[in-house]
Design a protein around this ligand. Structure first.
Ligand code: MG
Length: 657
């Protein structure tokens, strides 16, 4: 018996050692200011900043500010806020008894619950104050911007109330400082397209997989918290077991109460009731999820950055109007959320926030609550010289601290040439998208459901597959017209049953990922009548799976009649002709809005890419597999590359090869 206990104890030590693999940097970061463990629920931490003097003769004239809403309530309603309080109250009332720590947690959890007041996600008074203070500091730090004679400020907010209230706090403070300012405030669904884009199913799934594996082991220590809080720890444990799934959930709920406290100006460190290992782990789980989902991670960065393009483009256009003298605005203020803020900093490649890290590196070094607390913000401050020919400069402030774009050379200190920044941003996300040819089939069968799944998981823009109509009008997915000697088009589907997927089986998998476009290749059939039945059947099947949507599917075919018919019946959908024997103008004249030609066609007629684009057509190219050809097609500016080599193509697209 003793021996068994010794072995178990050793195993416990081993597991504990594994569970406690902690980065010294992160431990210090959390211990220095325990509320940082709340990550993106940590209230704004302002540390005095010093401005590097601007190059001689330069003065600030315009600011573009993207700000996350300030401190707010958490979600989850009573479950998040009340369970801990109720369990402790019950223990107190029914004789289990609370220690003095248990009593103070009961009191503090009660204060947090009162602060919450039944409002999920609401901006708190502290949240408003954070924005007032930000506005105040901006005004006094860059007075020239607000007194440059124009006094026009445009502010736009996400439609979410906590952002609107943040915008209000910020701009009301500016108005109080300078009543003559012309403020133009706005919000609306329309702005959401750039303020807060960025949800992507592939990214989320990939992140979840990594996190599930990383945190598969439950927390080892489930004793300390009961000893801390209950006079009778065993009875306390039993009570928790009756109410919740596990002791870990109990600890997680305490963590939630703790991270909610600051928003209500409750400055007690409620994390102290938990073992440090638990706090460390919950903090890591939270911020790593955000880093992998929202930032420039090795796992998802290539996919993530492109989602941020509309926001970056909008901010660049706004700034350029002022830089070029077409607008005399003093500032553009945008109020949104954490994930676009993180994506924006990632797109700009800003040191610290936008670094490209592995999950392990991020867990050890990414200063989560330093980067993305409530009211996190990015300010781009523009400087002009008295000399007219001198370039416009810009510096970047993350949470008001000067920061760098490491891959760019600054003119001086943190001051960059705006033209250099724009050139860098224009290459940040490649224009060309990847289509997996017959799915991402390496290691699988071409045109198999597995190959589609792999294309989705890889985050291909699209996945292509080939379709034939059997003699009994079933649409089947296969490249060749013949399966083990059976000609699909001349035979009933049951002759190849189980050997190739039906379109419907294929679409079932296709529907699972809204971010991978299904590229249906409708194969030519001998009779036009059969081709048109194939179209009918495809559209029916898409409709049944709710996939008949121009964002979800595109059509390609070597059959010109199929392309023409699809173009007629599906306006707004991408239809690309494959044969390569017609110029874009001819195809366009027949109402077809895209071409998808073999790369040899574009080598012969490189002008066709521009010709097609000028007509508003899309350009795809098949099947490009080697580095030289891929590079050539990217340089021609095609919209999609259909390839058997999605990974190689991505490396080339992002300039890593
Ligand atoms: Mg094909």
């Amino acid at each position: 018996m003793k021996r068994i206990l010794a072995v178990l104890a050793l195993a416990g030590v081993f597991m504990a050692a594994r569970a406690q693999e902690q980065s010294a940097q992160m431990v210090q970061f959390l211990k220095e200011f325990p509320q940082r463990a709340g990550f993106n629920s940590h209230s704004y931490e302002f540390v005095d900043v010093v401005d590097t003097p601007a190059p001689k003769g330069y003065h600030p004239f315009y600011i573009s500010h993207y700000g996350r809403h300030g401190s707010r309530s958490e979600w989850g309603g009573d479950h998040t806020y009340k369970v801990v309080r109720d369990i402790l109250q019950e223990a107190k009332d029914n004789g289990i008894g609370l220690t003095s720590a248990g009593d103070s947690l009961l009191r503090e959890a009660g204060l947090v619950y009162a602060g919450y007041n039944g409002m999920d996600g609401r901006l708190t008074l502290r949240g408003v104050r954070e924005h007032e203070q930000l506005a105040n500091r901006m005004y006094h730090r860059f007075p020239e911007v607000f007194k440059n004679g124009s006094e026009k400020i445009r502010a736009v907010s996400s439609t979410v109330p906590r952002c609107i209230v943040s915008m209000n706090g910020f701009t009301a403070q500016l108005r109080a400082l300078q009543p003559s300012l012309e403020l133009d405030l706005d919000t609306g669904e329309k702005f959401f397209a750039y303020i807060a884009q960025g949800e992507n199913g592939t990214i989320r799934e990939r992140t979840e997989k990594v996190l599930e594996a990383r945190y598969a082991q439950p927390l080892v220590d489930s004793t300390t918290v009961f000893n801390n809080l209950f006079r009778d720890p065993e009875a306390g444990k039993k009570l928790v077991a009756e109410k919740l799934h596990s002791a870990e959930v109990f600890q997680l709920l305490i963590y939630y109460v703790a991270k909610a406290a600051e928003a209500y100006d409750i400055n007690e460190n409620i994390f102290r009731y938990l073992p440090f290992d638990a706090v460390y782990r919950f903090h890591e789980q939270q911020f790593l999820s955000a880093y992998l989902n929202q930032c420039n991670s090795q796992l998802n960065g290539d996919l993530r950055l492109s989602l941020e393009k509309p926001l970056v483009d909008t901010l660049v256009v706004q700034a350029d109007r002022v830089v070029s003298g077409r607008s005399d605005r003093a500032a553009d203020l945008t109020f949104g959320h954490d994930w676009p803020f993180l994506g924006l900093c990632s797109y700009l490649g800003l040191e610290g926030v936008g670094d490209r890290l592995s999950a392990d590196e991020a867990a050890a070094t990414w200063m989560a609550s330093w980067n993305c607390p409530f009211a996190a913000n990015l300010q781009m401050v523009f400087y002009r010289s008295h000399k007219e020919s001198a370039p416009v400069l810009v510096k970047f402030l993350v949470n008001e601290r000067e920061t760098a774009i490491p891959v760019l050379t600054a003119v001086e200190g943190p001051y960059y040439n705006w033209e250099d920044v724009k050139a860098f941003l224009s290459t940040r996300v490649p224009h060309t998208q990847i289509v997996a040819h017959r799915g991402y089939w390496q290691g699988n069968q071409e045109n198999s459901i597995e190959s589609l799944k792999k294309a989705q998981e890889f985050g291909c823009w699209g996945s292509e597959f080939d379709l034939h109509l059997s003699s009994d009008d079933v649409v089947l997915v296969n490249h060749d017209g013949v399966v083990k000697g059976v000609n699909i088009q001349n035979n009933p589907s049951e002759k190849v049953k189980g050997q190739v997927p039906t379109l419907d089986e294929y679409l079932k998998q296709g529907a699972k990922n809204k971010d991978c476009v299904l590229v249906l290749e409708l194969k030519p059939h001998k009779k036009q009548e059969r081709e048109f039945i194939l179209i009918d059947k495809c559209l029916e099947a898409l409709k049944a799976r709710k996939l008949l949507d121009p964002k979800r599917v595109a059509f390609i075919s070597f059959s010109y009649p199929i392309c023409k018919e699809l173009a007629k019946r599906c306006p707004g959908f991408t239809v690309q002709y494959l044969e390569g024997d017609k110029s874009p103008a001819q195809v366009y004249a027949d109402g077809i809005n895209g071409i998808d030609y073999h790369y040899s066609c574009f080598k012969k007629h490189p002008e066709w890419v521009k010709e097609a684009h000028d007509l508003g057509m899309s350009v795809n190219v098949w099947t490009v597999n080697n580095e030289k050809d891929i590079k050539q097609m990217i340089n021609l500016g095609v919209d999609q590359i259909t390839t058997n080599e999605p990974a190689l193509t991505r490396e080339i697209l992002f300039g890593r090869k």
